[in-house]
Design a protein around this ligand. Structure first.
Ligand code: B12
Length: 212
């Protein structure tokens, strides 16, 4: 089966059609890992590039991200454990007191699309929950989202708690959300800041490659 059709359908955001194609590919004995790596991931990559270039807008990106998520719900149980997580493991959540999750979920899907095993711990997560999730899942990347100026300080507190727990060096920290800035990221000692989810995947890749 021509897996580029899967990429194209993902870019156009046609969720039902995409799921049908992925099902067809599985039934025609295509390797689930190939469906992910040669169909879905290049498609999501193209979505990120188009968005960055201004060739796609937010509603279209969200449609593609939803289509990706639906297709992944079907494909995930068929993948071997090491098919996901080639790029690493990410824990992501929205900080305490903050209920905004649209941008955080978009970032999560972009990272999953880029080959990360993503553990999305949800909204309104206490500092302690972030630290516990890092201890439990041992990710190489921790993502935090905040959409309120009043909840942004929680991000710095989580980083301090990671230091106190002696695990700050084990994980790269990336932060995002509309009010968050590069200066703020530097101020609180985060490793990375991204203004949007597409850029986030790219700068993380560069950062982790440099580090290794
Ligand atoms: C939708 C929305 C809501 C929804 C949230 C629904 C949901 N499920 O998320 C609801 C109605 C619940 C809501 C509630 C409130 N909201 Co509101 N909300 C918004 C709104 C309109 C859009 C946010 C959004 O989803 N944007 C689209 C996404 C895709 O963009 P994004 O979140 O910025 O994410 C992108 C990047 O920032 C980045 N990103 C985000 N997170 C992360 C994380 C990582 C790791 C990375 C790498 C990248 C990344 O990638 C994303 C994609 O590019 C904004 C206005 C705005 N323009 O931002 C106000 C806004 C954020 N809300 C605001 C306020 C004040 C509130 C309330 C206090 C209102 C009230 N009086 O009740 C409550 C607070 C509730 C709470 N405790 O959290 C203010 C915040 C002001 C401030 N400076 O603090 C804003 C800015 C509106 C305004 N102009 O006043 N809100």
């Amino acid at each position: 089966m021509d897996l580029s059709k899967i990429s194209e359908t993902l870019i156009s955001g046609k969720s039902d059609e995409l799921k049908k194609l992925v099902e067809e590919a599985v039934n025609s004995d295509a390797n689930p890992s190939d469906i992910l790596n040669k169909g879905l991931l290049p498609g999501m990559d193209a979505v990120g590039q188009k968005w960055k270039a201004g060739d796609m807008f937010m509603p279209e990106v969200l449609r593609s991200a939803k289509a990706m998520s639906n297709a992944m719900d079907y494909l995930r149980p068929k993948l071997k454990d090491d098919d996901l997580g080639n790029a690493g493991t990410m824990v992501i959540g929205t900080v305490a007191g903050d209920l905004h999750d649209i941008g955080k979920d978009l970032a999560a899907m972009m990272f999953e699309g880029a080959g990360y095993k993503v553990i999305n711990i949800g909204i309104d997560q206490s500092n302690e929950n972030f630290v516990n999730a890092v201890k439990e899942h041992k990710p190489n990347l921790l993502g935090m989202s905040a959409l309120l100026t009043t909840t942004m300080p929680r991000m710095g507190e989580v980083i301090n708690s990671l230091k106190e727990a002696g695990i700050r060096d084990q994980v790269a920290v990336i932060i995002g959300g509309a009010p968050v800035t590069e200066e703020f990221a530097t101020e609180i000692g985060a490793d990375l800041y991204a203004p949007n989810a597409g850029t986030a995947v790219e700068i993380t890749k560069e950062y982790l490659q440099k580090k290794s």
